[in-house]
Design a protein around this ligand. Structure first.
Ligand code: AP5
Length: 214
């Protein structure tokens, strides 16, 4: 199974792709997580990427395409993968198409998580992440038991540098300009499955699984 989780920042790509990836036992490949790990380890790619990410801008196509081209060739991707956050531009989509063609592989579905921008801002402004283990919380929807402390490891909860309102606006603008044209791109290829992605987490997972089973 080769699936893309597609949608605006904060539409639930990470949350839902992890759930579906577990169900099908295939890896979830998040370009955002890969870049944040590279930044934490202070690799040259991580340091370069953070100059874009921290301001809400997209990282240049050549960096991200190179990362995914290597990653999908790893053994754990033999039976499939779920892409979370890639592709985000026409050149990235074209590059992915070539990569899959080279391996004689078909893309199964592009799950488009559809959420209002107002809701997205509320989700992202309230998100808190554990500085140590990466566990995610939301100050209203998923609060930690002790304010500011991770319930899993006791680490400090922080706000992602790109989860402040100004950076969120930049991310949504990039999405509108560079990423949203891919909705038509994948619709024209007959691959798009649009899913209403507001409301209960479990309900949304059910809608996605239903779309995939079709
Ligand atoms: P990335 O980490 O991928 O950020 P993003 O796309 O902006 O996505 P988010 O992780 O913020 O949101 P999501 O859609 O995964 O939603 P989530 O499940 O987390 O990328 C970060 C940066 O890296 C980019 O800005 C860019 O700079 C760079 N980058 C990455 N990929 C790139 C690429 N291909 N090309 C160029 N640059 C790239 O949920 C968000 C929040 O909402 C959570 O708090 C969650 O708990 C909550 N939530 C989820 N579902 C619900 C629900 N149903 N109800 C209420 N709250 C919900």
């Amino acid at each position: 199974m080769r699936i893309i989780f597609f949608g605006a920042p904060g539409s639930g790509k990470g949350t839902q792709s992890k759930r579906v990836g577990k169900k099908y036992n295939i890896p979830q490949l998040s370009t955002g997580d890969m870049l944040r790990n590279a930044k934490k380890q202070e690799t040259p790619i991580g340091l370069k990427a953070s100059q874009y990410m921290d301001h809400g801008k997209l990282v240049p196509d050549e960096i991200i395409i190179g990362i995914i081209a290597e990653r999908i060739l790893e053994e754990d991707c033999d039976d499939g993968f779920m892409l979370d956050g890639f592709p985000r531009s026409k050149p990235q989509a074209e590059a992915l198409r070539s990569m899959l063609q080279a391996q004689d592989i078909e893309l199964d579905s592009v799950i488009f998580l559809d959420v209002d921008f107002d809701e997205i801002v509320t989700r992202l402004v309230g998100r808190r992440v554990c500085h140590s283990c990466g566990e995610e919380y939301h100050i209203d929807f998923q609060p930690p038991e002790v304010a500011g402390k991770c319930g899993k490891c006791g680490g400090e909860l922080v706000q992602r540098p790109d989860d402040f309102e100004e950076q969120i606006r930049v991310r949504l603008k990039s999405y509108q300009e560079l990423t949203s044209p891919l909705i038509e791109y994948y619709r024209d290829l007959g691959k798009l499955d649009q899913v209403a992605a507001s409301g209960d987490f479990d309900e949304i997972t059910k809608r996605i699984l239903l779309a995939l089973e079709k």
